[in-house]
Design a protein around this ligand. Structure first.
Ligand code: AMP
Length: 222
């Protein structure tokens, strides 16, 4: 098996970055680093970072670059990142991308990153986001439209009452899409121009999309 190195998953809210990251974790045995998950953990623990991020995230805006970069820097020091990692939801601004590029350029032994852009149309994203529900116990993700639980509102595995992320409302989704178009779409163009760039449609079967990503990364890494 190849050494995958750093993989970036890029795309609008709801394209399935988290879902695909989990498939790739299974395949390569490298960690998923989701800045959204790390920030939500900080909010849940009430850390100083979490206190700053909470309202910003609730509104669907982006947390300041310096705070997110620092959080990622700390995570990348963990030894489990040596063979590679899947960055899910980072970088989301050009400043974050330049920071990451500079950091990788200094690590002469690190493989150059591969950027994967996942694409899904707007109306489908709206359904995915506003229909998304999570089990607070086992983290299984449901969707009231496309993957409803057997008993409405409750997890099939745990029986726990499902929750909805506070930024998965229609209002916060609109703001997240605005932030995406203004700040994250240029990041995709940046990596397209640098090469080692893969574009995949995000509206097929989960396993088939993941297999496409794996094959494309392995071609690039050969
Ligand atoms: P996600 O779970 O990736 O949809 O992220 C949820 C929220 O966390 C976003 O709407 C932002 O408020 C914040 N966030 C996550 N990643 C970043 C990032 N790389 N830069 C700034 N804010 C972020």
């Amino acid at each position: 098996m190849i050494v995958p190195g750093p993989i970036l998953l890029l795309g609008a809210p709801g394209v399935g970055k988290g879902t695909q990251a989990k498939e790739l974790v299974q395949h390569w045995g490298i960690p998923q680093i989701s800045t959204g998950d790390l920030l939500r953990a900080n909010v849940a623990q009430g850390t100083p970072l979490g206190k700053t991020a909470k309202e910003i995230m609730h509104r669907g805006e982006l947390v300041p670059d310096s705070l997110v970069n620092e959080m990622v820097a700390v995570r990348l020091q963990q030894p489990d990142t040596v063979k590679g990692y899947i960055l899910d939801g980072f970088p989301r601004t050009l400043a974050q991308a330049h920071w990451l590029d500079g950091r990788l350029a200094m690590q002469t032994e690190a493989l150059p990153l591969v950027a994967v852009s996942i694409q899904v149309d707007y109306n489908q994203l709206l359904r995915r986001i506003t229909g998304r529900r999570n089990c607070p116990v086992c983290q299984t993700i449901y969707n009231v439209y496309s993957k409803p639980p057997q008993r409405a509102g409750f997890c099939d595995v745990e029986g726990a009452a499902l929750t909805q992320r506070s930024d998965d409302t229609e209002k916060a989704f609109a703001e997240r899409m605005r932030a995406y178009a203004a700040q994250t779409a240029p990041v995709i163009e940046h990596y397209r121009e640098l090469g080692r760039f893969i574009e995949v449609p995000g509206d097929g079967q989960i396993a088939a999309i993941a297999a496409g990503i794996v094959a494309a990364v392995e071609r690039l890494r050969k």
